[in-house]
Write a protein of this length. Structure first.
Length: 427
């Protein structure tokens, strides 16, 4: 076949494409633990995630969840921290532990062929971490030093303050690290948290890469043979916080030239019917480089290098926050322009051309994000942890494609009222 190089290929809008999320396999290990896995990709690599309900929502003392995650791989009865790190380096593997608001995730990246050598060590970490005292002291010193350095940055202080205003400092989503909390950490705190919330009986395991029945059997051999008994710890419950403080002006660096702005409100999580159309509205408002906020406050006014708005959905709620850093002499002007853009979306319907551009950006970005087995696995992980099926993903795609400008204006009228937002300026 001879190619006609004089005729360019047709250009299609991303909105015209249909994306089918590859299916994921679900099996039960011999002890009943769920394993979700998919075989994708061409490289002999694998990612395995062990997900626990061990986030900040579950900690009995501030800073315990992050400390437990940070020290999880720093020693077991059989392996010292040095031996664990040397073994990972020898096999060219990575083992990461991350504590979020609701979940903690232990993630292993490795060559597929090394799984039989690495899984025994991961098993030891998840069932027999001992949190040595000297490792805890090192962690505390490092954490305090990082905190002191970060507290000099206006944007760090602004992030802490806006979360505390939206949820309160006693709520897991509004709580932030303090020097005295880190100093008060004790080994018994970490061991109790570990025993209560890192129980394999409550874990969900996810695996993706160039894997198949052999790798499934390997996971089952190490994690499916033990008796998985729940710890019996009760899921905490926190009363929703009524926002009281609406504005805050903080002088963090009297000699600084830059200020940080955070304007936010509580918002729903992924289970609310307004969440998916709000993703489209937020993208138009401040979710990408061509957004309303960027066009006005960066391109037109020159107040900032970048300004964005983002939606953070958690299991028990969420937030919508606008964040930017500007010259401290124009912070007040930038805040006024942000509210101006909120009002415009409430009172005026967006043009069809602008909305089409936003939809194409959103769907095109989604397609790009799902390029590769690990990205696909993360999408499935989010669905499964939230109790969703593939249909939820497909329904969101339909909403992104079909939501109208008038529907977005009605959405803005509900959620973009200035009085519903909290405002933090740190200079």
């Amino acid at each position: 076949m001879v190619l006609d190089r004089k005729t360019p290929p047709a250009i299609h809008d991303a909105i015209e494409f249909d994306y089918v999320l590859p299916p994921i396999n679900t099996v039960k290990l011999d002890n009943g633990l769920p394993l979700y896995w998919l075989n994708a990709g061409v490289q002999d690599v694998v990612e395995i995630d062990w997900v626990f309900r061990a986030g900040l929502w579950h900690e009995q003392k501030p800073s315990v969840a992050h400390a437990t995650a940070g020290l999880l791989k720093n020693g077991t009865s059989k392996y010292t921290a040095e031996q664990i790190h040397e073994s990972l380096e020898f096999y060219g593997a990575q083992l990461k532990v991350n504590a979020g608001n609701d979940f903690s995730t232990v993630t292993l990246y490795a060559l597929t062929k090394h799984l039989p050598s690495l899984l025994p060590m991961v098993y030891e970490i998840l069932t027999d971490a001992i949190f040595p005292e000297h490792e805890i002291e090192i962690h505390k010193r490092n954490a305090i030093q990082r905190l002191l350095v970060n507290l000099r940055q206006c944007e760090f202080v602004a992030n802490q303050k806006i979360d505390a205003m939206l949820f309160s400092e006693t709520h897991p989503y509004g709580r932030f690290s303090k020097k005295e909390n880190i100093e008060a950490l004790e080994r018994e705190d970490l061991i109790t948290f570990y025993k209560n919330w890192y129980s394999l009986a409550t874990a969900k395991i996810f695996m993706a890469g160039r894997v198949g029945d052999k790798e499934v059997k390997c996971v089952n051999d190490f994690f499916g043979k033990i008796k998985a008994t729940p710890s019996g710890a009760q899921e905490p419950n926190f009363i929703p916080h009524e926002v009281i403080e609406k504005t805050a002006q903080i002088v963090n660096d009297p000699n600084g030239v830059q200020g940080a702005i955070r304007i936010g409100r509580q918002f729903h999580n992924r289970h609310h019917p307004d969440y998916a159309p709000m993703v489209v509205l937020n993208t138009l408002f401040g979710g990408y480089f061509g957004s309303r906020l960027m066009s006005n406050i960066r391109e037109d006014k020159g107040y900032t290098y970048g300004i964005y708005s983002s939606i953070t959905p958690d299991m028990h709620g969420g937030s919508l926050i606008i964040h930017t850093e500007t010259g401290r002499d124009v912070t007040e002007k930038a805040v006024k322009e942000i509210y101006k853009e909120l009002d415009l979306l409430r009172n005026k319907v967006a043009s069809e051309d602008e909305l089409l551009l936003v939809k194409n950006y959103l769907l095109g970005g989604l397609l790009g994000d799902l390029d590769g087995p690990f990205s696909i696995l993360q999408r499935w992980r989010t669905l499964i942890l939230n109790g969703f099926t593939k249909e939820h993903f497909n329904n969101n795609i339909r909403i992104y494609k079909t939501v109208t400008a008038e529907e977005l204006r009605e959405l803005a009228q509900r959620y973009f009222k200035q009085d519903d937002f909290c405002e933090v300026v740190v200079v």
